[in-house]
Design a protein around this ligand. Structure first.
Ligand SMILES: [Zn+2]
Length: 663
């Protein structure tokens, strides 16, 4: 977000309340609680501004749901008698709002549409029978001039598995086409009328502006251009309550005060709708594709995981795939593994580091990690609660979703890794129990990895290999390709979005046998190509803490994060190469390098070659119904090496491409 051209308007100036600190400079918060009806004006202002000036917010619905699919039912709230309207057309431009909320530990406390209540709800629903959070969302809907609102518990038949699955798979469209998502951020056991929705005057917020140029470190986007004394000012909001005002919006941080955001299902609800108003706290917040704005504080800085960043995943993924498609032009044809074209390059010109790495590459990993951090009542729902995101990206970027990976980026997406965890036997049993509750997923999908904390407290799943290989993908020598995939429910395209059991992928790649070794020096498991340690490491370059440090190390991440020394490891494992890259580099100035690697060609004095490759380790997994030999993934590897001159050899040099069925 530009610091000088905020996408958000001036905060609304309302007559200062006598109890509000009147020293506020040019920026007055509304002196009433977020549940006060006058705050509808604030929401109206945000909505109007977003709808009329934000291109990205206006475009998102058609990117996410090009067919303009509509939910099967909507609540008609125009009159005092609320009714469930079941005659909604399958698609079209019908504006409605949506509600995001938590059901709570006792789902029966939530009014629910069932096969039995369907006729009653279609006739009339008394607003007095609805929980206050529903009633409040209905008030907002009416105040904004909308006729319809979608609320999950009232619009999906809760005791019909068929209806539930069908409507759950429409989530991308339902939230993507929502005119406004009303997000109730507090836990369900809190009544919207309780005093935690206190009058903000008790906080005595004071907003002032710091004059002059100030450092923006740690507070970008909070300069007082919208109410201070001029450009370069920084706004300061003082409140007697700690942690009340934050200069940065981060879903991870806000999860601690807004339990709603820690729910797995809410993840896609939050990201797919172009516009959200967060209510249930003392003040209102607005989030859309252009950023986030606090009723008091004005625009906040956003971090990955925000809606604006998700928008970049959607648009960036398409752009990134454009890069791949361009490079493949003139190669051996679509869908097949191949040696990428190596052009002669005599210039050895100075070229900049790859800076065209798409935003999506950076955002995808954090997005998945954020999602995995969300709580689900049933771990079984992990796939379907992400299906809306998958469908949205599939529709907008024209890519194919394969159990959490993209077919078009499969060689890279396969490179997820699982970090080591040190756990007790009890914790191991818990993890195994959770794994048993997880819906079956193929071994190559990160859905097969149960969310679990690593040593640092983050998720065990990560993408360091993928990130490195993606960054340098223009230097590709080889890329494995998906030449086919099979799904037991292949006739139903919706099943591909969430039901991954029995899925297989045929990868055209190179494969070599390998062994394992426990590396005492670093207390870690290593993979040994061809069973020969010569491929594992290079010459000793220097020392660290008295130990030899090697310039080249074949990194290996075992999928069973609880592997320990002494465990029996398979003797028939193979390494599957998915990407291989090389380029020439001026050793005196690593920023100088060539686009292409030319094997056997002399390089200028002082130049060397950088070489890296990555892939997965597999073990035989029997024969499938078609009589094909299948393989199961057990880990991922990556090697980076730097050599003087141009000579380099790798363990895959002698192997030919073959079709490998991964299950
Ligand atoms: Zn907007």
């Amino acid at each position: 977000m530009s610091s000088l051209h905020s996408p958000f308007p001036e905060p609304q100036l309302t007559p200062p309340d006598p109890k509000l600190n009147t020293s506020t400079l040019g920026f007055t918060s509304s002196p009433v609680s977020s549940r006060h009806s006058s705050n509808f004006a604030q929401i109206q202002t945000w909505l109007h501004h977003c709808t009329t000036t934000h291109t990205r917010c206006t475009e998102l619905p058609s990117l996410i749901s090009p067919t303009a699919q509509l939910p099967s039912r909507l609540l008609d709230v125009t009159s005092n008698t609320i009714k469930l309207d079941c005659s909604i057309p399958p698609s079209g431009a019908l504006p409605y709002t949506t509600l995001s909320h938590m059901w709570g530990t006792d789902p029966s406390a939530c009014p629910q549409l069932t096969l039995a209540t369907l006729p009653t709800f279609t006739a009339a629903i008394d607003i007095a029978d609805l929980p206050p959070k529903y009633a409040y969302a209905i008030h907002i809907t009416r105040a904004l001039g909308y006729r319809y609102i979608w609320i999950d518990s009232l619009c999906i038949i809760q005791d019909s598995a068929e209806d539930w699955t069908r409507e759950a798979l429409k989530m991308a469209a339902v939230y993507g086409r929502s005119a406004l998502n009303i997000s109730y951020v507090f836990p369900p056991d809190k009544d919207v009328r309780e005093n935690y929705l206190r009058d903000p005057r008790v906080l005595l917020p004071c907003c002032t502006a710091l004059p002059g140029k100030v450092s923006t470190s740690g507070s970008k986007g909070n300069k007082g251009e919208k109410g201070g004394n001029g450009e370069g000012d920084k706004r300061l909001v003082i409140s007697h309550r700690p942690n009340f005002h934050r200069p940065t919006w981060s879903p991870t941080v806000y999860k601690k005060i807004w339990p709603l955001l820690s729910r797995g299902w809410v993840f896609q609800e939050r990201l797919l709708c172009p516009k959200t108003v967060y209510f249930g706290q003392e003040r209102l917040l607005w989030e859309c594709c252009e950023g986030i704005v606090d009723e008091y504080y004005g625009p906040l800085t956003t971090v990955p995981g925000s809606k604006s960043h998700f928008h970049r995943v959607i648009t960036g993924l398409a752009a990134g795939l454009g890069t791949v498609a361009r490079r493949e032009t003139g190669s051996t044809g679509g869908g097949e593994g191949k040696e990428l074209k190596r052009e002669e390059n005599d210039k050895f010109a100075s070229v900049a580091y790859d800076e065209d790495q798409s935003e999506a590459d950076e955002q995808w990993g954090p997005l998945v990690k954020d999602y995995r951090a969300g709580d689900l009542t049933k771990e079984y729902d992990r796939g379907i609660a992400f299906a809306g995101i998958a469908r949205a990206i599939q529709a907008s970027a024209g890519v194919t979703y394969l159990a959490g990976l993209w077919k078009e980026l499969f060689a890279y997406d396969l490179l997820w890794t699982v970090g080591l965890v040190v756990v007790s036997d009890e914790e191991r049993q818990k993890a195994e129990k959770r794994k048993a509750e997880t819906r079956e997923a193929p071994s190559w999908s990160w859905f097969a990895v149960v969310p679990m904390a690593n040593k640092m407290g983050g998720d065990v799943l990560d993408w360091p290999f993928r990130t490195t290989m993606q960054t340098y993908r223009r230097h590709g020598l080889f890329e494995a390709k998906v030449v086919g995939f099979e799904h037991p429910k292949g006739e139903n395209p919706d099943a591909l979005l969430h039901d991954f059991a029995g899925m297989s992928v045929t990868l055209r790649a190179k494969k070599v046998p390998c062994g394992f070794e426990w590396w005492e020096q670093f207390d870690m498991l290593c993979v040994v190509p061809h069973g020969e340690t010569k491929w594992m490491m290079g010459k000793i370059a220097n020392t660290w803490k008295g130990e030899a440090v090697l310039p080249r190390v074949l990194k290996y991440a075992h999928d069973d994060s609880m592997v320990k020394k002494g465990d029996v490891l398979p003797g028939d494992a193979c390494m599957v190469l998915t990407t291989e890259q090389a380029w020439h580099v001026d050793k005196a100035d690593p920023a100088k390098r060539t686009h292409d690697f030319v094997k056997g060609k002399d390089v200028p004095e002082g130049w060397g070659t950088s070489y890296q490759y990555a892939g997965i380790v597999v073990v035989p997994s029997g024969v499938d119904s078609q009589g094909r030999e299948t393989w199961r993934r057990i880990g991922a590897f990556m090697l980076f090496d730097n050599v003087t001159g141009h000579d380099l050899t790798g363990p895959f040099d002698e192997s030919k491409e073959e079709d490998i069925v991964l299950v």
